[in-house]
Design a protein around this ligand. Structure first.
Ligand code: GLN
Length: 197
C-alpha cells in the first residue's frame, strides 16, 4: 500500500514508522511518502494527518492545494488516520478563524481544551476494536465537544470522546504514533483484523 503522511508540519517520522510497522504486521509493506505538495495524495491508498499545530497545517494544506485532494480521498472512501492537530483540521468546526476546517469528521472541537486543564497526560484507555487497553499520550489535546449522528465513538476519557470514526476516517485526540504500539494504525488501515500489540 502507498501511505501519504501530510508533512507540511508536525510529527511526520513517527507516523511513517507506525504505518510501516502496522503493514508489516499484516504481511504487507507500506511505501510511505511525505506530502508537501499537491499531486501526491491522488496516488495514495491511505493518508495520515499528524499532530502538530493545526493553524499552521491548515494554512499550508490550503495554500499548497492539498486540502481539496484530502477531501477527494475521503469522498472516495479511502482511509485516513488523523491525530490531534490532524483531527482539528478535519473536524466540522474548530471554533478558530485560523483553522479552515475540512468538515470530513462530523465533530466540533475545542482546541487545547484538555491542555488547559493539564498540558499533557497519559492514560491507558479501552478502545473499541482492541482487546487490550491502549496507552494514549495526550499533548495539548483538543476536546471533542459535539459528535454528529453518523460518528462512532471508539474511546472516551472522563466521558468525553477521544477517538472517533466517521466513515473512512479514524481520528484521535491523542498520539498513537508516539508509542511503539501500532494497533490504532491497524484499526485505521486494516480494520478487519487485530494483531498482537
Ligand atoms: N493543540 C494543538 C493545535 O491546536 C494540537 C496539539 C497536538 O497536535 N499535539 O494544533
Amino acid at each position: 500500500m502507498k501511505a501519504g503522511v501530510i508533512a507540511v508540519q508536525g510529527d511526520v517520522a513517527e507516523h511513517a514508522e507506525a504505518v510501516r510497522r502496522a503493514a508489516t504486521a499484516h504481511g504487507e509493506s507500506a511505501e510511505v511518502v511525505e506530502v508537501r505538495d499537491s499531486g501526491i495524495v491522488p496516488d495514495c491508498d491511505a493518508l495520515l494527518m499528524p499532530g502538530g499545530e493545526s493553524t499552521t497545517i491548515s494554512r499550508l494544506i490550503h495554500r499548497e492545494g492539498i486540502a481539496d485532494e484530502i477531501r477527494d480521498h475521503v469522498e472516495a472512501g479511502k482511509p485516513v488516520l488523523a491525530t490531534c492537530a490532524g483531527l482539528i483540521v478535519l473536524s466540522r468546526d474548530a471554533k478558530d478563524d485560523r483553522v479552515d476546517a475540512l468538515g470530513l469528521v462530523d465533530v466540533s472541537v475545542d482546541r487545547n481544551a484538555f491542555g488547559r486543564q493539564k498540558d499533557s497526560f497519559e492514560a491507558k484507555i479501552p478502545v473499541d476494536g482492541l482487546s487490550e487497553p491502549f496507552h494514549a499520550v495526550f499533548i495539548r489535546a483538543p476536546l471533542i465537544d459535539e459528535v454528529g449522528e453518523g460518528v462512532e465513538t471508539l474511546a472516551t476519557v472522563d466521558g468525553r470522546p477521544v477517538a472517533v470514526r466517521d466513515g473512512p476516517v479514524l481520528a484521535t485526540s491523542f498520539h498513537p504514533e508516539l508509542t511503539d504500539d501500532s494497533r490504532v494504525h491497524d484499526l485505521a488501515f486494516f480494520p478487519e483484523s487485530e494483531v498482537e500489540a
